[in-house]
Design a protein around this ligand. Structure first.
Ligand code: GLC
Ligand code: CA
Length: 571
């Protein structure tokens, strides 16, 4: 069994705009990230994924890049970035950058050139089509942010294609010069010593618009193999591709070890499985555990021998995990720690989205004016035009909208949660008085300390990394039960996804005794017959035969003074 270093690491995603503002302009920045590295090191984080930090008009908060080799001025300078990289390296933390190469900003010089004339050398870096004979749209493809995926440029009489906002024109991956320029840019960053890339909507780069194909185009994997040859080969880096269209079958194409494409992908089946069939994420839907378990279990089994899973509940496009899958009001600590336990014992590399480790909750905005996200604002307009009420739309946005994850990180009980001394670009969640990093770090039983233990357990127990997964009680509507097995080691994981006390009869194979590696209630020593699970209780029990000496649950010393200091806002 071969271990790759990133299999036992935990990745932490930073949304720079909302993480920590070092200069009081209300926008998080790179120097702010550097000032929090001690916090991340103490949590045990091995890698940071930074959402885009590049120069951008910020139509989609940086996912619209106007210069891949420049830093957005609101986030800082190259000196700030180099400082972050070297300070992170001192703490053994690698930096993953967000590679957004399905599209650029309309302000990118390539697009500025391309739109000038039909014979401009950069014209073919993008996707242009003539109007139909009647002067209409080339076809019916729609943008993910609402409306047609085509925008007309009268100067040259053609439409250009964009799967997101009209300010995010799609790159044409059929153009070999464009691909060469992208690879050059990737090598330039890799040579600086970054630890890899998260690849934005990578399943879409092989689009074939004339066939109506957006994801999984016929040349997608050729491009990824070429990219690997030209940039990643020979470098020990981590790559994770965002692939909303992924199935277990395609995941093996992206991540199969012999294929030389990516280390892992983000699949979203466990996310979309919880969405409304008609309105998608814009309509609340009750949580369905049996469905969730069947999706997670399917992915565990499919990538058990080849390929590799990423594990995540949240990111900057998704709601807060404790609000979506737990009970933020009634059982905040219990449900947040339960979710962490249920996820981190699965096979794969866990990703923690900023604030998840302290149980940050959804935003609970009541008026559309509080939202900033381009997708939410566009969709609100379209749904209201189509006859839905604004209130009804907001109920859906409150459950699943992207801004839920984008409110400022809550560092302390200081104004604005200690995120900024100025006016934050998006409203802080008023619950920062109760939910903040300072309080969490000082409490032995907190969500934060639970995450810290989980991250540490993964480094200490190879079974958490490599053990085979098997699920039990698949049809149980409230309990998620599974085991991991490696050699003669076995871990039993049980999680109650409900606010009820649940009594269940365990299958005889699960009768065992051992040592609790982690729990959010009292440790257990024996599993047998009927088991009673407290509200949102979760534990992992390591079978006795192989007990190691160390006590993983032992209390840690109080917060060291230098850390308390590191948490104070620095203006
Ligand atoms: C990805 C990003 C999302 C962005 C979109 C377009 O889905 O995660 O935030 O809006 O791509 O780049
Ligand atoms: Ca700032």
């Amino acid at each position: 069994m071969q271990t790759t270093w990133w299999q036992s690491e935990t990745v932490y995603q930073i949304y720079p705009r909302s993480f920590f503002d070092s200069n009081g302009d209300g926008i998080g920045d790179i120097a702010g990230i550097t000032s929090r590295l001690d916090y991340l090191q103490r949590l045990g984080i091995g890698l940071l994924w930074l959402s885009p930090i590049f120069k951008s008009p910020m139509d989609d908060n940086g996912y619209d890049i106007s210069d891949y080799q420049a830093i957005a001025p609101e986030f800082g300078s190259f000196d700030d970035f180099d400082e972050l990289l070297s300070e992170a390296r001192k703490r053994d933390i690698g930096i993953l950058l967000d590679l957004v190469v399905n599209h650029t900003s309309d302000e990118h010089v390539w697009f500025q050139e391309a739109r000038k004339s039909r014979d401009n050398p950069f014209r073919d870096y993008y996707v242009w089509r003539d109007p139909t004979d009647k002067g209409g749209l080339p076809n019916q493809l729609n943008s993910d942010f609402g409306g047609p995926a085509w925008t007309f440029e009268s100067a040259t009489g053609q439409y250009y294609f964009h799967q997101f906002s009209h300010r995010q024109p799609d790159l044409n991956w059929e153009n070999a010069d464009m691909r060469r320029d992208i690879y050059g840019m990737m090598n330039w960053w890799l040579d600086k010593g970054i630890a890899g890339f998260r690849m934005d909507v990578i399943d879409r780069i092989g689009k074939q618009v004339d066939e109506g194909v957006t994801t999984d185009g016929p040349h997608l994997h050729d491009y990824l193999q070429e990219m690997h040859r030209e940039t990643l080969a020979g470098r020990d880096v981590l790559t994770v591709g965002e692939a909303w269209s992924a199935t277990p079958g395609s995941a093996l194409l992206y991540t199969g070890r012999a294929r030389n494409e990516l280390s892992m992908i983000f699949q979203f089946e466990h996310v979309t499985q919880q969405w409304d069939k008609v309105y998608g994420k814009w309509k609340p839907k009750p949580f369905d555990l049996v469905g969730l378990k069947s999706v997670l279990g399917k992915w565990q089994m499919a990538l058990s021998d080849d390929g590799w899973n990423s594990l995540f509940w949240g990111n900057h496009d998704l709601p807060r995990a404790v609000s979506r899958y737990g009970d933020a009001a009634g059982f905040h600590r219990e449900s947040a720690t339960m979710l962490a336990t249920a996820l981190h014992f699965l096979k794969g590399t866990p990703f923690v989205y900023q604030g998840e480790e302290i149980g940050m909750t959804n935003a609970a905005f009541s008026s559309i004016d509080q939202y900033k996200d381009i997708e939410t604002l566009n969709m609100h307009r379209l749904h209201v035009e189509a006859g839905r009420s604004s209130e009804e739309f907001i109920a859906g946005a409150n459950q699943n909208g992207r801004d839920n994850a984008r409110t400022p990180m809550q560092w302390s009980a200081a104004p604005n949660g200690g995120f900024t001394t100025g006016v934050p670009w998006i409203e802080t969640n008023p619950n920062f008085l109760r939910i903040n990093a300072e309080t969490e770090m000082g409490d032995e039983r907190s969500i934060w300390n639970h995450y810290r233990r989980l991250i540490e357990l993964r480094k200490r127990h190879p079974i958490m990394v490599h053990g085979a997964f098997q699920s039990y009680l698949d049809q149980h509507p409230k309990l998620f039960v599974y085991t991991r097995r490696l050699g003669d080691e076995r871990i039993v994981v049980m999680a109650n996804f409900s606010a009820d006390i649940v009594t269940a009869t365990l299958p005889t194979e699960l009768s065992t005794q051992g040592r609790t590696l982690i729990t959010n209630y009292e440790p257990r020593e024996r599993l047998e017959g009927n088991i009673e699970m407290k509200p949102y209780e979760a534990f992992a029990l390591l079978e006795e035969t192989l007990v190691a000496v160390a006590d993983d649950n032992k209390a840690e010393s109080a917060l060291p003074a230098e850390l308390t200091k590191a948490l104070e806002p620095q203006a």
